[in-house]
Design a protein around this ligand. Structure first.
Ligand code: GRF
Length: 209
């Protein structure tokens, strides 16, 4: 399957997915990297690995270099993209894109949705909110993307224990470590078409065999 990854930052999840494609654990190819920050770590990694980089900074409104949301969709189609993976992409995805790729856009969020999500809750703020709440577990959520922040159908989660002396930074590090494992597993599953949609609209991952 052909994958487009969207990043705004360091791109460690993107890197793990790309490595999974290279070592055969994911039956896919990253054909395009889209970013709103042209010099972020993820974009640098893409350039040094020969992956085309498209800069699309204000996804919803402003065209960049003449590129509108529907032209972004055209570019993704030109590359034959099967799935769009948001990996630390901090802008809302244009509605044209959501509609053009139904059930084909995933996002990773660093907490257990539906708690601790939504506009403004990203980065270290998420982990602060988790610690302030007194929750005993956190962990990544991978969900399908709809037209809002963090509200699409949940596909996969994994749990990380919150311990007494965790700082937001320590919790972020533990969750990020789980993100890397979970995202690669989930991308492997979508590339192998192992997602089953239950009648009520809940997506489930089928195990291999
Ligand atoms: C991750 O914690 C992800 O859940 C969040 O942003 C971070 C991105 O990290 N949305 P990286 O750019 O993949 O290193």
């Amino acid at each position: 399957k052909k994958l487009a990854v969207f990043v705004s930052g360091g791109g460690s999840n993107f890197r793990k997915i790309h490595e999974g494609c290279s070592d055969g654990s994911v039956n896919g190819d990253v054909v395009l990297l889209v970013t709103n920050k042209k010099d972020c770590g993820g974009a640098e990694y893409a350039r040094s690995n020969g992956i085309p980089v498209l800069v699309f900074p204000k996804a919803k409104r402003e065209p960049f270099d003449g590129l509108s949301p529907s032209e972004l969709v055209d570019v993704l189609r030109k590359y034959g993209v099967d799935f769009v993976l948001l990996a630390g992409y901090l802008k809302l995805i244009p509605v044209e894109l959501v509609q053009a790729f139904p059930k084909r856009i995933l996002n990773i969020h660093p907490a257990l949705l539906p708690a601790f999500g939504g506009k403004g809750l990203y980065g270290i703020r998420v982990h602060k909110a988790v610690l302030e709440s007194g929750a005993r577990y956190s962990g990544p959520t991978i969900h399908f993307v709809d037209e809002e922040y963090d509200t699409g159908r949940i596909l996969a989660q994994s749990a990380v224990r919150v311990i007494a002396n965790d700082t937001p930074e320590e919790l972020a590090k533990k969750v990020l470590h789980e993100e890397h494992k979970l995202y690669v597993e989930v991308v492997a599953a979508i590339c192998e078409e192992r997602i089953k949609w239950r009648e009520d609209g809940v997506p489930l991952i089928q195990s291999k065999e």
